[in-house]
Write a protein that binds this ligand. Structure first.
Ligand code: T4K
Length: 383
């Protein structure tokens, strides 16, 4: 049965427009790389494609080391383990569950921090109030590809002797203060999941300038093995396969094209939603390089006359599968639920919507999405 809008007419988009549809690079180059791996008979465990991928990630990030992994969650865990963190780690409440889970899964306690009400980034003042005797580190997030308050957090971590990592899953190929994301704190972690603008099917990487940290993470990624007869650490299998690296490299080849498409899409959203009462597209700070992969719309129900969830229902009925990234806030998820109230994280989690972008959609499609949104906002139609 064909989907309908409930009015009997077909949805505006015949095929669903999703948030996170992968950008696909040059298929011929992908197959050539994959065939090379098959011909070599070397499919994982530090193969040449994985090493080339690491080299390109390190170059882009301006770091001495990149440790590629099977996903970013594993890279986060490797980073925290390799840095020897114990006890409590401060994390923002407004992020994907993986940030908190990476901490909890290795037996550490995530302590949830509130965020800036405008940007959604971790609030350093609140983070400071959460530091106690058991705190060993801060894991900040460059949420939606906009960067966290890096300098303030570096100052805070230094003053309290804490490790500092950045979950940069959304921020590959971005800059902060004109410098590539990757060099802040003790290390930064990227995701190359299929839903990210550069993807390796599944993949991640820890980048760092800390030689000892990189060496330990490299070992731990491969069962803690240091040599044929030597196992030096408790390790895990977090290796990136050659197939993933083939995809990752092919994706990197098209990075500029993907960013250009995302930027053109963002501008189309900005034009299409300009002046709609109660709606705000979260801005990207001027003067930095961005990947523009997360187009985030904030809905103020009191002004718009419709709430985020109602707007989402309308969009979904038209086959625009926007996502509530990120809802619920982590401290409201079942494993972490407690008495803590984090008003800014809760408020944003209830108001934000990620809209489709990437190579699957162009300006005509976005203008149609904006038309649907405008028609769904009573404050707009009443004007
Ligand atoms: N830290 C942060 C801040 C993160 O956002 C993430 C991941 C991580 C850490 C951990 O990174 P990894 O360990 O995954 O490398 C998706 C992704 O699975 C996840 O990687 C991502 N963040 C998160 C924001 O989005 P879900 O639960 O929303 O996935 P799902 O299955 O609902 O798919 C998302 C959308 O993408 C849907 O609209 C469908 C579409 N999609 C997905 C896939 C896999 C496609 O169109 N094609 C595909 O192949 O988590």
């Amino acid at each position: 049965m064909k989907p309908t809008t409930g009015t009997g007419r077909p949805p505006a988009f015949a095929t669903p427009l999703r948030v996170g549809t992968p950008n696909i690079g040059d298929r011929e180059r992908f197959w050539a790389r994959l065939n090379g791996a098959l011909d070599r008979g070397w499919l994982s465990n530090g193969g040449p494609l994985m090493r080339e991928f690491e080299q390109r990630i390190a170059e882009q990030s301006g770091t001495r080391h990149a440790v590629a992994t099977c996903n970013a969650t594993a890279a986060l865990q490797l980073a925290l383990r390799a840095a020897g963190l114990t006890g409590e780690v401060i994390v923002p409440a407004l992020t994907f569950a993986a940030t908190a889970h990476a901490v909890a899964w290795i037996g550490l306690t995530p302590v949830f921090c509130d965020v800036d009400p405008d940007t959604g980034q971790l609030d350093p003042a609140h983070a400071e109030s959460l530091i106690g005797p058991a705190t060993s580190g801060i894991l900040a997030v460059h949420l939606w590809g906009r960067t966290a308050p890096v300098e303030q957090l570096e100052k805070l971590a230094a003053a309290h002797g804490l490790a500092l990592f950045f979950d940069a899953s959304h921020a590959y190929a971005c800059t902060h203060a004109g410098q590539p994301v990757g060099r802040a704190g003790n290390g930064e972690i990227f995701s190359f999941h299929s839903t990210k603008f550069v993807n390796a099917f599944e993949g991640g990487a820890l980048v760092t300038d800390d030689d000892a940290l990189a060496e330990r993470a490299l070992r731990m990624r491969n069962f803690g093995i240091a040599g044929e007869d030597l196992v030096e650490d408790v390790g895990i299998n977090a290796k990136m396969s050659e197939a993933a690296a083939a995809m990752g490299l092919t994706s990197l080849d098209s990075l500029d094209r993907f960013v250009a498409r995302n930027l053109a899409n963002l501008r189309a959203y900005e034009r299409g939603l300009a002046g709609v009462p109660g709606l705000r597209l979260l801005p990207f700070p001027e003067g930095e390089r961005h990947n523009y992969q997360y187009v985030i719309l904030e809905v103020d129900e009191t002004v718009a006359g419709t709430g985020r969830d109602e707007l989402l229902a309308v969009l979904r009925s038209e086959n625009v599968l926007a996502r509530k990234y990120f809802h619920p806030a982590c401290h409201q998820m079942t494993p972490y639920r407690g008495p803590a109230r984090l008003p800014h994280a809760e408020r944003l989690a209830a108001r934000v919507l990620a809209l489709p972008t990437g190579t699957q959609v162009g300006e005509a499609g976005i203008s149609e999405i904006c038309r649907i949104v405008r028609a769904a906002v009573p404050a707009c139609t009443a004007e």
